[in-house]
Design a protein around this ligand. Structure first.
Ligand code: NAD
Ligand code: MG
Ligand code: MG
Length: 338
């Protein structure tokens, strides 16, 4: 497998390009600001009523309507939510996009599951940072970068990979590593990773640990520190040097408990569940469910979000974090409730 770095990217591909970033959310703001700081000509395409228009303008970026931004672009980057991309492509991108322009994605969902079938004259690329958008921006500003995946779906010009690498470099990913993959591999591994490990697996693990201690009569504050707060310190150690690095730092008691009890928590039933989750991703079951959920107005998402917000873990967490104001001072994300 080939990993590319800044020295492998030729920035002329992106410097000769007018880029339209559609959407100014988690990824959109990071890509647009990083490109701008790298000297790339970029405009942001938003809905007229969009709440993000003010923020984009304050960051020194030109904001246009989606069709206007698309019409003047050589590269149109689709950084709106996956569930809105098909409609926006059909109604606002396709009528305005130039002949032989490039259509870009940060996730392969709509191409891989054929929700969008791009016009034949377009190049189609992906530059998918392997991290949340707010880190893509803050890491870039620190002179570092979040790694990214690049892929090519259509290459009419013969320059699609060159442009993808140059774009990855301009948003900072070439500082830490850019992996060449396919839309299929990115989509399936990304969905599996976020469902089974990074988001789904992790939050379920935290919640189950918290509930087990609370059910057994321990104070919820204790359970919060033990099962959630300390996790960051452990992850920081794993991130900088792998599992062994973390195990070197913890006590022998903790390490023995880790090595012998961890596989009981994530045993054969959990591995079976992971295989089924992967299968649902591979055979389109998850994609169909997500597309239909959105068409129905997101009833499951709304109910589960509410249930989760009302959980004792979140209430206790808010109280305890108020006692640690430095956490709030260094926030990466501001959610609408705050
Ligand atoms: P987001 O929800 O944070 O932001 C979406 C933006 O699009 C907002 O500015 C919103 O106003 C705008 N928008 C929504 N509907 C629109 C419409 N109909 N027309 C015009 N603008 C519209 O989205 P995100 O999480 O940054 O995701 C964007 C893409 O990046 C997705 O393909 C996602 O899979 C991918 N991605 C996201 C992350 C991440 O960190 N969030 C990481 C890797 C890849
Ligand atoms: Mg994802
Ligand atoms: Mg301990």
């Amino acid at each position: 497998m080939k990993v590319y770095y800044d020295q492998d990217a030729d920035l002329k591909y992106i410097r000769n390009c007018r880029v339209a970033v559609l959407g100014y959310g988690s990824q959109g703001h990071a890509h647009a600001c990083n490109l701008h700081d790298s000297g790339v000509s970029v405009v942001v395409g938003l809905r007229p009523e969009s709440a993000s228009a003010g923020a984009a303008g304050q960051a020194g970026l030109k904001v246009l309507s989606v069709p206007e931004a698309v019409a003047q672009a050589d590269l149109v980057m689709m950084l709106i939510p996956d569930e809105n991309q098909e409609q926006v492509y059909r109604e606002q991108v396709l009528p305005s996009i130039r002949k032989a322009a490039t259509l870009g994605f940060a996730h392969g969902f709509n191409i891989h599951y054929e929700q969008i079938e791009p016009r034949q004259d377009l190049d189609v690329i992906m530059v998918a940072p392997k991290g949340p958008g707010h880190l893509v921006r803050s890491t870039f500003q620190e002179g570092k970068g979040v790694p990214a995946l690049v892929a090519v779906h259509q290459d009419c010009s013969g320059k699609a990979l060159g442009l993808a690498l140059a774009y990855a470099s301009a948003i900072g990913a070439g500082r830490s590593g850019v992996i060449h993959t396919s839309f299929r591999e990115e989509t399936e591994t990304d969905l599996f990773g976020e469902q089974a490990v990074l988001c789904g697996g992790l939050t379920a693990l935290i919640q189950a640990g918290f509930e087990t201690l609370v059910e057994a009569g321990y104070a919820p504050e204790m359970a919060y520190f033990e099962c959630l707060h300390e996790l960051k310190l452990i992850i920081d150690l794993i991130y900088e040097g792998g599992l062994a690095n973390m195990r070197y730092s913890i006590s022998n008691t903790a390490e023995y408990g880790d090595l012998t009890r961890g596989p009981r928590v994530i045993g054969e039933p959990s591995r079976q569940a992971m295989r089924r989750i992967l299968q649902d991703v591979q055979d389109g079951t998850f994609a169909r469910e997500f597309v239909l959920e959105n068409r129905a107005g997101r009833p499951v998402m709304k109910a589960r979000r509410r249930q989760s917000r009302e959980h004792e873990l979140e209430r206790i967490g808010q109280q305890l974090r108020e006692m640690m104001p430095w956490i709030g001072a260094q926030r990466l994300v501001k959610t609408p409730q705050q």
